[in-house]
Design a protein. Structure first.
Length: 96
């Protein structure tokens, strides 16, 4: 089983986050490093994958919005691929 842990406070640009995802999940070289490509790779995966999001804090509002989009793509992919599992750690009193 592969695991991907995204701690929201550790990423400062969308490119940095996408590179991390590509590297950690060993996505193919043709991975487009965008939300559509992420969805495609996750839903087509034939490996068990545990996705964890720790959404305690964000470097800025731009990254907060981008990580929300990445999280939503992962949530949607979990609905389509039974090999995926998602755990989300929200700050106290907050949910998306």
């Amino acid at each position: 089983m592969k695991e991907l842990s995204i701690v929201s406070s550790e990423f400062y640009t969308p490119e940095e986050l996408q590179e991390y995802i590509r590297t950690e999940l060993d996505f193919p070289d043709y991975y487009g490093e965008n939300l559509s490509a992420l969805y495609d790779c996750l839903t087509e995966s034939t490996e068990e994958l545990f996705l964890e999001f720790d959404l305690d804090s964000f470097p800025d509002d731009i990254m907060k919005e981008y990580i929300k989009k990445v999280w939503k793509v992962c949530e949607d992919a979990v609905e389509e691929n039974e090999l995926l599992e998602l755990l989300t750690i929200f700050p106290e009193g907050e949910e998306w």
